[in-house]
Structures are given as structure tokens and as C-alpha cells.
Design a protein around this ligand. Structure first.
Ligand code: ADP
Ligand code: ADP
Length: 225
């Protein structure tokens, strides 16, 4: 069974159709990149995978269950946004621990799990600080830590590196690749950056005007004669 299945998925806002009759299966452990120009529907499709949109037609299932039928806490999804979406008044520790505290995970286990993901992402020195005291790259690492700590079945990334300068972007791109190599969590990653798509993806889904224009490995898409 595929990890994620989109079956005849469609989305319209009023008279405007944004996603048209789209079919796509994503396998366990795959890293899939949605690539395409601004406005082609990448974020809308990603939000549909997350169950954050009312779907106009068709359905999305994750792990064999229709996403929009599940409670948000039962979807097994963690999403990382372009603007990090951290809680500014909370410490880094509390930002990372937020989901676990809500699930009433015991304190000792929260401590242990926050320490573990912080170590993986090099965040241990910053746990007592507030988000505004961190650089953009560090804040994005916190957002990734907050997603990782939930041990989701699926990671969804929406242009996570777009707000970083070129050097940090390269650095974080390598870090995301390394994380995926070790965790092997099924990942869907939205970007308009061809380099990110080519270096991160097992498969690239090229979107244009709400349709899949092309789909294949980076080699299949970019190294054709
Ligand atoms: P991308 O992520 O590829 O840049 P989006 O999925 O954000 O594209 O948007 C696809 C299209 O849907 C755009 O034309 C955008 O204007 C339109 N759109 C997105 N959200 C809304 C909304 N809430 N209401 C109306 N139109 C929207
Ligand atoms: P509670 O918030 O229920 O009092 P704790 O006693 O575990 O929980 O921790 C108190 C606060 O100290 C936490 O909410 C967090 O902000 C901070 N904290 C806990 N552990 C660390 C840590 N390893 N590094 C930085 N801050 C921490």
C-alpha cells in the first residue's frame, strides 16, 4: 500500500480551478518534491495532503485512511512552514516540546526526547532562548525539531528554505538530505528551486497550472537527451 494516495483530487476557489483531477501515489520512505512556478498549485496540493483544505473533488489518503476524515492529531503528519511559525513568547525548549505537552506525554520522556532531537539538529545550546534570539537558520532548525519530535509517518515541507540566505540555504539543504537518509520518513517537499528539487528528490512532480506536467527521478527529468 502506498503511503499517500491522491485520487482524482480537485480544488477550486469559486470559479477558479487550482488543482485539476490529479492522481499521484507516494511510496513509504520516498522523498517527493513538488516543483513548479509560483501559482501552479504546489502549496494548495500540500495543504490538501495535510488535510488543511476542503477538497472539491476526489480524495487524499494517508496510510489507507482518508485524511479529511481523521482528527488532526491522528493524521501522523508534521508540517514545516516557510515562515517557521514558532511561538515567539515561548522558549526553544517549549516550542519543540509543545506537541508532546499537549499529548500529555510524561515530563521525563519530554525532557529525553527534546534533548535527543536538539542534539541531532545542534540546538542544545539554545533551548532556554526565545525564537527572536536565534538566526533564521536556527529558527528553521527549531521548526524541523518540532516536526521530528512527533515521529510522524509523513513530513510535509512548504518552501522551508526560501527565507534563508544562499549560504544557509545550501547548509540546511544538506542537513535535510542527511536527516532523510537517517530517518527515512516519507517526505513531500514544495519548492520553486530546481537545485533543491534535483538534490533532494527521489522523484520530482513538475506541476503546471494545477496538473502534473511531468513526474520522474531528477535524472529522468533533467538529463534527457
Ligand atoms: P504555489 O504554491 O504553486 O505558488 P498556490 O497553491 O499557493 O501556488 O496557489 C495556486 C493558485 O490558487 C494561485 O493562483 C492562487 O492565487 C490561488 N489561491 C490560493 N489560495 C487561495 C484562496 N484562499 N482563495 C483564492 N485563490 C487562492
Ligand atoms: P514545567 O514547565 O511543567 O515546570 P519542567 O519542570 O520540565 O516543566 O521545566 C520547566 C521549564 O524549564 C520548561 O517548561 C522549559 O521552559 C525549561 N526547560 C526544561 N528543560 C530545559 C532544558 N533542558 N533546557 C532549557 N530549558 C529547559
Amino acid at each position: 500500500m502506498s503511503a499517500i494516495v491522491c485520487s482524482h483530487v480537485a480544488k477550486s476557489y469559486g470559479a477558479t480551478t487550482v488543482i485539476r483531477d490529479l492522481n499521484l501515489s507516494i511510496e513509504d520512505h520516498e522523498f517527493v518534491v513538488f516543483l513548479g512556478p509560483s501559482g501552479c498549485g504546489k502549496s494548495t496540493l500540500l495543504r490538501m495532503l495535510a488535510g488543511l483544505e476542503d477538497i472539491s473533488g476526489g480524495e487524499v489518503s494517508i496510510g489507507g485512511k482518508v485524511v479529511n476524515d481523521l482528527d488532526p492529531g491522528d493524521r501522523g503528519i508534521a508540517m514545516v512552514f516557510q515562515n517557521y511559525a514558532l511561538y515567539p513568547h515561548m522558549t526553544i525548549f517549549d516550542n519543540i516540546a509543545f506537541g508532546l505537552k499537549r499529548q500529555k506525554v510524561p515530563k521525563a520522556e519530554i525532557q529525553q526526547r527534546v534533548q535527543a532531537v536538539s542534539k541531532t539538529l545542534g540546538l542544545e545550546p539554545y533551548l532556554g532562548r526565545k525564537p527572536a534570539e536565534l538566526s533564521g537558520g536556527q529558527q528553521q532548525r527549531v521548526a524541523i525539531a518540532r516536526a521530528m519530535i512527533k515521529t510522524p509517518k509523513v513530513f510535509l515541507f512548504d518552501e522551508p528554505l526560501s527565507n534563508l540566505d544562499a549560504k544557509l540555504r545550501n547548509h540546511m539543504r544538506v542537513e535535510i538530505a542527511r536527516l532523510h537518509q537517517s530517518l527515512k520518513t516519507t517526505t513531500v517537499y514544495v519548492t520553486h528551486d530546481q537545485l533543491e528539487a534535483m538534490t533532494l528528490a527521489d522523484r520530482i512532480v513538475l506541476l503546471r497550472d494545477g496538473r502534473i506536467e511531468q513526474i520522474g527521478s531528477p535524472a529522468e527529468i533533467y538529463e534527457r537527451p
